[in-house]
Design a binder for this molecule. Structure first.
Ligand code: SAH
Length: 245
């Protein structure tokens, strides 16, 4: 059967891509993805046919990939991190309904919450919510509600897409919602350019986070009420027991 793989390539560093992901990309003839990601893979696998489209062309990218797979060319759509998490897996499966002869396989990758979490220590050691601040595909009111309910439920929160040029104050707005339920000195982290040049992790308080500007290559961690700072790390303990850390 014709094959389309939807492959998570991890945060950027080659060593953070799974062996399965690399083996599958090696087998494929065509690699399709957003330009930033095809540029990451090209040096590793220069002999492939690359199809890259810009941001916002997701449906077109998936359809192009499905068409090539339908023609019998082994094809991979690549997503950074994991392809399910704000990635292309869902869309490929949906559009794949029109291509009954193409078998779609999803290859997991290390998502930014986990690769970034490791750089920050253990921010997600207990229940957590992952929320994207991008309102391109989700109404802002729904994002606000999710922030509020996660804060009320005292979950650690990991924010993707914390900001962009058009959405300069979204992180501030998100912090304000969370600050209604959590103290200003709640331990937080900003992790930038995971697995890429300029990789950086900064631990700060929720009050400081509110007044910080970020970019699209940043993942944000907001601790729960139990989260502590230990040296260069933030740690959300596994339980709410009174045991001393
Ligand atoms: N599928 C991706 C997420 C895509 S959404 C994944 O599983 O990781 C894009 C958002 O992910 C960015 O705005 C940022 O918040 C986060 N992100 C992805 N790669 C990152 C990296 N290398 N460093 C920091 N944040 C990253």
């Amino acid at each position: 059967m014709n094959k389309l793989y939807v492959v998570g390539i991890g945060p950027g560093d080659r060593n953070m891509m799974t062996k399965t992901a690399l083996d599958i990309l090696k087998e494929c003839k065509v690699i399709v993805g957003y330009k930033t990601y095809t540029d990451l893979i090209k040096p590793l696998l220069p002999d492939k046919e690359y199809i890259s489209t810009g941001m916002g062309d997701e449906a077109k990218r998936c359809s192009l990939a499905l068409e090539r797979a339908d023609m019998g060319d082994k094809t991979a759509v690549i997503s950074s991190g994991d392809p399910e998490v704000y990635g292309m897996a869902g869309l490929c499966i949906e559009l794949g309904k029109n291509y009954p002869d193409v078998d779609i396989e999803i290859i997991a990758g290390v998502t930014a919450a986990l690769s970034g979490g490791a750089l920050a220590g253990a921010p997600l050691g207990h229940d957590f919510a992952v929320i994207s601040l991008s309102d391109l595909l989700t109404p802002w009111e729904k994002i606000e509600l999710r922030l509020e309910l996660s804060a009320r439920a005292d979950m650690a929160v990991c924010l993707y897409n914390p900001s962009s040029k058009k959405r300069g104050d979204y992180l501030k707005r998100a912090c304000d919602i969370i600050l209604a339920y959590r103290k200003e000195d709640t331990v937080c982290a900003l992790v930038k350019n995971i697995g890429r040049p300029g990789e950086n992790c900064q631990i700060l308080t929720l009050g400081q986070l509110r007044n910080t500007s970020t970019d699209m290559f940043t993942t944000v961690f907001i601790g729960n009420s139990q989260t502590v700072r230990i040296g260069k790390y933030m740690v959300t303990p596994r339980g709410y027991s009174l045991r001393e850390v």
